[in-house]
Design a protein around this ligand. Structure first.
Ligand SMILES: [Zn+2]
Length: 348
């Protein structure tokens, strides 16, 4: 019995050390691709929509990911593998982003909601790990994402829309990106910034600040979706595929920082089927409303137990992301059972 207690004590100590180890070393990069359907993510272009699409965009929409990185990833949301992943409320952007960063239910039903009322997980990471504000950062093309990122603005670094990035340093690269994004505002995008500038700012920031948590929110895909420009939508996905590959290569040049970084990629909502693809779903029919609820998520990095596309894993949602990131940082989640537990041996 005494030995049993000793073993238990040792195990508790070991688990604590493990948690501390995570806490000291782990980094997370979260990327969202706005309104990218699970259909294109898993299966490529849609035969119902691909008339007049250039050959370059037919076939897989994330070819580099599926050829080179899927084997090192754990991937949720494939309906064909009986592993649905869903939004928690209705398939609309701001409610989706709020579910991601809050990790619990909320009352937001549309894009006109106000700022979140309670602490988000990036805010919690900064507070509990006593991090400098530049160590927890979010860049987004769409401005309203900042309403989901922080309930108390200013404790983390946030930059959205066509707003100058200012990290309180003299930096000619940031200055030139700020000038470029201002000279190239997309018409009819409600103030959103083109993803090319969001991505460039984010990658520069990654190398300069080596943040513990970095969020990058991309939006071109949803803008082209709403405008029924299927080829441009597919072109955005191919661009995202290249950027994800670049990010993985970049991390490989960053030594221990790169080795300790987990990448999580997901979307805020799906879209309707066939001709209804331009909307997030068909809100006049409940059965179609269901189509936009399905999302997907992939995690990769040295910490990940790579299962490829998971099979028969149900119950995952936007609310799975917060506890996953908290566990990676050694923090205790309020709903640990919702985390992407299969993807990390260290969580078991
Ligand atoms: Zn959206």
């Amino acid at each position: 019995m005494r030995y049993f207690k000793l073993i238990l004590t040792f195990l508790a100590l070991f688990t604590g050390l493990l948690a501390n180890n995570f806490r000291q070393n782990s980094n997370v990069i979260l990327i969202t691709l706005d309104g990218v359907r699970w259909q294109e993510f898993f299966d490529g272009d849609d035969p119902f929509l691909n008339d007049d699409v250039a050959d370059a965009y037919l076939g897989e929409s994330f070819p580099i990911f599926w050829n080179n990185h899927a084997k090192n990833s754990t991937i949720y949301g494939n309906l064909k593998s009986k592993s649905p992943m869903t939004v928690n409320g209705i398939p609309v952007s701001l409610p989706g982003y709020k579910s991601i960063f809050l990790g619990h239910n909320h009352n937001c039903r549309n894009n006109s909601c106000d700022r979140v009322l309670t602490e988000t997980f990036p805010e919690r990471i900064a507070r509990e790990l006593h991090l400098d504000k530049y160590q927890v950062a979010g860049f987004a093309s769409w401005g309203k994402i900042e309403l989901a990122l922080e309930h108390d603005p200013g404790n983390i670094f946030v930059n959205t829309n066509i707003t100058d990035v200012d990290d309180e340093t003299d930096d000619p690269i940031i200055d030139s990106l700020n000038a470029l994004q201002k000279s190239d505002p997309p018409k009819g995008w409600g103030g959103a910034r083109r993803d090319i500038y969001t991505w460039a700012h984010g990658m520069h920031y990654l190398q300069k600040h080596r943040p513990r948590f970095l969020y990058i929110g991309l939006d071109d895909s949803d803008e082209y979706g709403h405008k029924n420009q299927y080829e441009s939508y597919l072109a955005s996905l191919h661009q995202y595929d290249k950027w994800i590959d670049e990010l993985i290569s970049q991390l490989k040049t960053m030594g221990e920082y790169g080795k300790n970084t987990t990448i999580i990629i997901t979307t805020d909502h799906g879209r309707g089927k066939k001709k209804r693809w331009t909307g997030h779903a068909d809100f006049s029919w409940n059965r179609h409303l269901l189509t936009g609820k399905h999302i997907w998520c992939t995690v990769l990095g040295n910490q990940v137990n790579p299962l490829g596309i998971v099979k028969k894993i149900k119950g995952k949602s936007h609310q799975s992301i917060r506890p996953t990131v908290e566990l990676l940082f050694g923090l205790t989640p309020s709903q640990p059972e919702k985390a992407l537990l299969e993807a990390f041996n260290s969580f078991k």
